[in-house]
Every structure is written in structure tokens, then in C-alpha cells.
Design a binder for this molecule. Structure first.
Ligand SMILES: [Zn+2]
Length: 399
């Protein structure tokens, strides 16, 4: 299986002198394992480990970080000093648990020095972007109306959106860690867009072109993959997690043991055209009875318009078809956390309940365990937050 790749721009000078992972893509995603080949590798892995520990547990003292990471107090002091120099963490005061007479300073990942730019290109009407802190808080946002732009015109639109976000109206001294972009299409592990029909792109090195234009690391990923990263980093998603995006189509993002799965043809998660009803309605793809003819937003809306009095029954039927597609996936991969993302007015209620019920009653008995099928709490911010998350992962090893 191909798994997540490395950002463009690994040869550029990182904003962080500690040289976390911008110059060491092989360490990314394996802070606990490292490569172990050299002392520098080990130190970089330990830096990621300390940063990750503080990212997840703000307010720890140096002693607590040492306890949690298993590293010595001396090593922690050195690493913390480097991270403070980089402007990635800071001391925030006296920790509550400090004993009288003994000062223990609590530490946190900073939100006031480093930005990430995120873009969501999945909207039919407008492209969205934002400037985010390392904790995923939006500082600024911008949009560009699509107006049918495709091909080069669509690239110009994205470039213009990013250029707008890069202008700093506050004149603050902040460093830009990288740019993350969620694209509705098939994206390979190098951020090359193989196809993105709605934007008229095929075989486009979007990641490379934007890196060349802006001179910072760029990560281009599929929007459903962005969604699953967002659930893990900014919500309560498990490290093995399936996220189904119910929108114009039905797609999935998959994390296995914290690693994003992209697949042999970079098309993992494309479940929308799995046939669930062989003699069903004609799908735009040419087949009959694809999952999308039942479980996508347009399909549900069309059916409800036709028979408004059967709204709940139609939603439940859509949910059951989705459940039927989920069962073999969950059985195969031993995943018990499933998130449904998309329009909550359709997903909350009969749709997600029916999907959950179907999964509950159809997983083979010998492996049955509680499977949670729930709706996302991230709303329409999931792709943007996922674009933030992919930069955190590839540039700092954070997840
Ligand atoms: Zn189809």
C-alpha cells in the first residue's frame, strides 16, 4: 500500500532552526520509532516526541514531559530549549502541582508565532481558505467564487486565494509553516492531482507548482483524506478510523494505526460507485444502483422531493445501503470508529441510525465488538482543518 507522502519543498530552509522534519521527511509519522541510524535522527525523533506530548497535553512541566516520554530530565531540558528558540513552545507560568519552594514551569505549544494556510477546493460555488494557528484556530479567512473556472483558470484562482491569505494585514512577525490543500479528486502521494473533474485538472503537479510560486512547503491531498486527518487531530477520532463524506458523491478517508491510506492507484476510499442495488437507478458513471444513487446528498434530496411524506423512510434506506457497504470494510480492517461527515440535516437521525443499526446487526458474530458510527462535529470545516492537520503531520510530525 502507498501511504502518505512527503511535502514539496523538503529542500528549502525550514522556518525552524531545530530542523524538525522539513529537512527530514523520513522521520515524519514515526516519532516513536525514528530511524535510529544516527544521533541526529534520534534527536529529531525526540524533538517530535516532546512537541507531540506538549501539543496533546498543554501545561506539562519539564519533569512531566520526561516522565511521559521516558527521556532523561537533561535531554528534555535541551530539547525544550531548542523548541523555545524555534518559537514553537513557550513557558506559560508556574504549574499548579508545583510544591512549595520548588518552581515548576508549565510549557505549551505556542499559538502566536506560527501560521498554517489551509484551502478547501471542494466547494461547487467557492474556493475557501484560511490562516490557522498550530491548534487549528482560524485567524483569517478568504474565499474566491469559482464561476465555472477550470484548468489554468482554476489554478490562477487558487494562487490568488493563497496570495491573499499570505498578506499579513496585522504586520505581525509570524512564520508560515506550510500550505495544506484539500482537493476533490485523485491525488498521489507526491501531491500530484491525477484527476479532479470538477476543476478540470488531470496529471497536474499542483503541489510542485504552488511550492515554486510561494517558496514554502505545500501539501496537496484528497478532500476525504483531509477530513479523516481532521477528525483525528482536531476531534476525538481514533488512530484507526474511517470517515465517510456524504456530499455530491460518497467518498471515504481511512486511517490505519495513525497512517493515512492512499492505495495502489491513490484512489483508496472511492466507495461511491460500489453497486448496492444491481437493478437500481442509472448512475452518471454508467452503472446501475451505485451507492451514490442512494446515499449521496443529491440522490437523497431527489428521492425526498419525489415522495416528501416518506422522508424518514428514504433516509433510513440510504443509511442501510451505506451500512451494507461498511460491513465488509470494517470486518476486513478491524476498525470500530466510523464518522459520517456532510450535511447534518440529512445525516443526523434516521440516516445515521439506520447505518449504525445495519453495521451492528451484520458484522460477523465472532469479531463483533462495539462499533461507533457517529456524525462529525466538525461541520463544513473538516476539509480546511484536515489541510491544517496534513501540514502539522508532514512538517512537525504532529498528529
Ligand atoms: Zn456510479
Amino acid at each position: 500500500m502507498h501511504r502518505e507522502g512527503t511535502p514539496s519543498g523538503t529542500s528549502t530552509k525550514p522556518p525552524s532552526p531545530a530542523g524538525l522534519t522539513l529537512s527530514r521527511p523520513t522521520l515524519v509519522g514515526s516519532p516513536n520509532r525514528g530511524t535510529g541510524s544516527t544521533a541526529a535522527d534520534a534527536r529529531a525523533a525526540n524533538l517530535i516526541l516532546v512537541l507531540q506530548t506538549l501539543y496533546r497535553n498543554p501545561g506539562l512541566t519539564r519533569a512531566e514531559v520526561a516522565r511521559r516520554t521516558g527521556l532523561t530530565r537533561v535531554t528534555i531540558s535541551e530539547l525544550v530549549a531548542l523548541l523555545i528558540d524555534d518559537g514553537l513552545i513557550h513557558e506559560t507560568g508556574i504549574a499548579e502541582q508545583a510544591r512549595p519552594g520548588k518552581k515548576a514551569i508549565s510549557l505549551e505549544v505556542r499559538d502566536d508565532t506560527t501560521d498554517i494556510i489551509a484551502c478547501d477546493l471542494s466547494g461547487a460555488e467557492r474556493l475557501r481558505g484560511g490562516v490557522y494557528t498550530l491548534h487549528g484556530e482560524q485567524r483569517r479567512s478568504a474565499t474566491r467564487p469559482v464561476n465555472g473556472a477550470r484548468g489554468e483558470a482554476a489554478i490562477d484562482l487558487v494562487t490568488d486565494l493563497i496570495a491573499d491569505l499570505m498578506t499579513n494585514p496585522d504586520k505581525e512577525e509570524r512564520q508560515l509553516l506550510g500550505i495544506g490543500i484539500g482537493v476533490p479528486g485523485t491525488i498521489n502521494s507526491d501531491g500530484r492531482v491525477l484527476t479532479a473533474m470538477s476543476l478540470g485538472w488531470s496529471d497536474l503537479d499542483l503541489q510542485g507548482r504552488l511550492h515554486e510560486r510561494f517558496g514554502v512547503p505545500v501539501n496537496v491531498i484528497n478532500d476525504a483524506n483531509a477530513g479523516v486527518l481532521a477528525e483525528q487531530t482536531f476531534s476525538e477520532g481514533h488512530s484507526s478510523l474511517l470517515r465517510i463524506q456524504i456530499a455530491r458523491g460518497v467518498g471515504a478517508g481511512l486511517l490505519l494505526d495513525g497512517q493515512m491510506v492512499i492505495g495502489q492507484s491513490s484512489a483508496a476510499g472511492e466507495i461511491g460507485h460500489v453497486i448496492v442495488q444491481p437493478d437500481g437507478e442509472l448512475c452518471p458513471c454508467g452503472q446501475r444502483g451505485c451507492l451514490e444513487t442512494w446515499a449521496s446528498v443529491p440522490a437523497l434530496e431527489t428521492r425526498i422531493q419525489r415522495e416528501p411524506e416518506r422522508r424518514d423512510a428514504i433516509l433510513a434506506e440510504g443509511g442501510r445501503y451505506l451500512g451494507a457497504v461498511l460491513v465488509p470494510i470494517l470486518a476486513l480492517l478491524d476498525i470500530n470508529d466510523v464518522v459520517l461527515g456532510g450535511e447534518s440535516r440529512l445525516l443526523d437521525g434516521p440516516y445515521s441510525e439506520a447505518a449504525c443499526q445495519w453495521v451492528d446487526s451484520h458484522l460477523p458474530g465472532e469479531i463483533r465488538r462495539p462499533v461507533r458510527v457517529r456524525t462529525s462535529s466538525l461541520g463544513d470545516a473538516a476539509t480546511l482543518l484536515g489541510a491544517v492537520a496534513v501540514v502539522l503531520r508532514t512538517s512537525l510530525g504532529l498528529r
